[in-house]
Design a binder for this molecule. Sequence first.
Ligand code: FES
Length: 98
Amino acid sequence: MTDLGLETDFTRFPALLVLGAEPFYLTRDHQGGYLLLSAFCPHSGGQVHDRDDCFLCPVHGWRFDLNTGQCVNGPLARMYSAPVAVRDGRLVVEGDLP
Ligand code: FES
């Protein structure tokens, strides 16, 4: 289990988090749930950046939805993700990190 911190500490989404040495984005999906997305592109591992209207991988230009990580301009692909649960007011990833 990975504890991401107090739910109330996150007021803006997506939120960039560094866990260990790896970057992730905490997002909210369209149902209001939380998702943790790996910032490494599912294509060839470029680092995906938040460009306000999407996540963008600069390596080959794939773009991803800011809420779900679904690729919006290319193949049927999505950013690696893990569901985030709320436990006693804290956000936690109960399984493996994406
Ligand atoms: S590595 Fe990201 S689009 Fe190719």
